[in-house]
Design a protein around this ligand. Structure first.
Ligand code: TMP
Length: 211
C-alpha cells in the first residue's frame, strides 16, 4: 500500500462538501502534511477537458453509457497522472468526489449495471480504495435549492446534473445511503444540515484518528 492517505468527499448536489474538503486540506497542511486538494470529474489537465463536456449542456446531451465512460476516461487520467503518484510520494490526497459518485449517479441514478462499474474501477484504479470517505447527507430538494443559488450568484454554467429531475436526484441520494451502509469501515455519514463549523469540527475529530 502506498504511504499517502486518500480521503474522499461524496454526496448529492449542494451538500457543502467542496467547502469542507478545502477546510480539511488546509487543516492537514497546517499540521505539516504534504497535501493535494483535487476533484472529479477533473483534477488533471485532460480530465478537466472531459469535465467540461460532462457538466455543461442539457441532461440528455449524453447517453448514460457515454456519460459513465467519459467519467471513467477522466478518472483513469486523474488516477494515473495525479492521485497515484501523489500517494506513492506520501501525500494526503483530498478529493472532492471519486468513484462512489459514479455508483450513485450513473449506477443508482441512471440505472447502469453496478458490476460493469466495478469492472471499470478494477481496470482503471485497481484495488486501492479511499482510506476514508465522508458522505454528505442532504434531502435532494434542499440541496438542489442551495446549488441553484450557487449558479445565480456565481459565474458557472456547470449545471447539467442539476437539470436532471427530482426523481433522479432521489435515486442518487438513495445510492449514497446504500454505499455508506455497505462500506461502514470506510464511510462516515455527515448530516449536511448542521452548520459549517459543526461539520468542520466533526471531520477534524474523525481525521485525528489517522494522524
Ligand atoms: P461537482 O459539481 O461536485 O463538481 O460535480 C460535478 C457533477 O458530476 C455532479 O453533479 C456529480 C457528477 N458526477 C457524476 O455524475 N459521476 C461521477 O463519477 C462524478 C465524479 C461526478
Amino acid at each position: 500500500m502506498s504511504p499517502g492517505k486518500f480521503i474522499t468527499f461524496e454526496g448529492g448536489e449542494g451538500a457543502g462538501k467542496s467547502t469542507q474538503a478545502k477546510y480539511l486540506a488546509d487543516y492537514l497542511e497546517q499540521q505539516g502534511f504534504k497535501v493535494i486538494l483535487t476533484r472529479e470529474p477533473g483534477g488533471s489537465p485532460g480530465a478537466e477537458l472531459i469535465r467540461n463536456l460532462l457538466v455543461t449542456g442539457g441532461a440528455d446531451k449524453w447517453s448514460a453509457e457515454a456519460e459513465l465512460l467519459l467519467m471513467y476516461a477522466a478518472r483513469a487520467d486523474h488516477w494515473q497522472k495525479r492521485i497515484h503518484p501523489a500517494l506513492d510520494q506520501g501525500y494526503w490526497v483530498v478529493c472532492d468526489r471519486f468513484a462512489d459518485s459514479s455508483v450513485a449517479y450513473q449506477g443508482y441514478g441512471r440505472g447502469l449495471d453496478l458490476d460493469f462499474l466495478n469492472l471499470l474501477y478494477k481496470k482503471t484504479v485497481g484495488d486501492r480504495n479511499p482510506d476514508r470517505t465522508y458522505v454528505f447527507d442532504i434531502a435532494p430538494h434542499k440541496g438542489l435549492g442551495r446549488a441553484a443559488h450557487r449558479f445565480i450568484d456565481g459565474n458557472k454554467n456547470e449545471d447539467r446534473f442539476e437539470s436532471f429531475d427530482l426523481s433522479f436526484h432521489e435515486r442518487v441520494h438513495q445510492g449514497f445511503l446504500t454505499i455508506a451502509q455497505q462500506n461502514q469501515g470506510r464511510c462516515l455519514m455527515v448530516d449536511a444540515n448542521q452548520s459549517i463549523q459543526q461539520i468542520q469540527d466533526l471531520i477534524r475529530q474523525d481525521i485525528c484518528s489517522y494522524l
